[in-house]
Design a protein around this ligand. Structure first.
Ligand SMILES: [Zn+2]
Length: 57
């Protein structure tokens, strides 16, 4: 599998809210929370990576 050079570290995105996390565990926790509660858990999203390309807020 060829690697892209766009990102040195792997990032994991929550498919529910689109936030990026440094670990798969955090992304998975966020995904579960989002799908269950339809809102974000501050305890989880504080670990999210700021996505400079995503300025829709
Ligand atoms: Zn999420």
């Amino acid at each position: 599998m060829p690697k892209t050079f766009a990102d040195e570290k792997p990032e994991y995105r929550c498919p529910e809210c689109g936030l990026l996390y440094p670990t798969e565990e955090l992304a998975e926790r966020c995904r579960k929370w989002c799908s269950k509660h339809k809102s974000c858990n501050l305890e989880i999203i504080q670990h999210a990576i700021k996505d400079e390309h995503d300025n829709h807020r």
